[in-house]
Design a protein around this ligand. Sequence first.
Ligand code: HEC
Length: 201
Amino acid sequence: MYRVLVSTIVLLSAALLASRSLLPPVQAAQTAAPATTPVQADYREWIFLTSGLDMTYDAPGGAGLPAQQHSVFDNVFVNPEAYRSFLKTGTWPDDTTFVLENRKGESDVSINKAGRTQGRDVTGIELHRKLHGEWAFYVRAEKGTEKLVARPASCYTCHEQHAAVDTAFVQFYPTLLPVATERHTLSAAYVHDPETKPDGR
Ligand code: HEC
């Protein structure tokens, strides 16, 4: 009996080891995205989705933007092919690339007496790309190349938990939210997010 038990354990362990080695290496899957990617020079001719101003995830009165700090705009663009595909399907195809561009919000420029206008210099660039079904984030490194943000990182968790369609923040893109709502492509995470308002925004 003892021998049978021992040999069963040996067999089971061997089977376990074998099945483990068949599993795809998680690390390899995560690094399928290239480590760097250039920002397309003509992204300013892509489809403009929104300009967020001083967006923060913290509650008002928390670590938000104190009055004395500079305002920051984030302008979001997407490649035209992906935009057109989204209009038809309500989802993001492969080879979708978003560019998020930061510019300082400036006051008292030219004839402007109140409110904010956008500064001339780009102060930050972030990318969100879908390649072979896998999303990856990039942030601008020196010399204008964008560096892959490796998992785990807050980019992935926040976008996966709160973004309206396939990890992209469609709830803030006014021309696209109605498309996703109509086509029922809103993510379950977003629909059930306690932050989502009763009108679906
Ligand atoms: C706490 C939540 C949160 C985190 C963390 C976060 N983002 Fe986002 N991200 C947002 C929101 C909200 C928007 C919508 C911006 C708008 O409406 O202007 C957004 C939009 C974007 C977009 C435009 C495309 C899209 O997916 O909707 C890019 C690119 C982006 N983020 C990159 C990044 C990168 C890179 C990181 C990590 C370094 C990051 N984000 C971390 C909340 C987050």
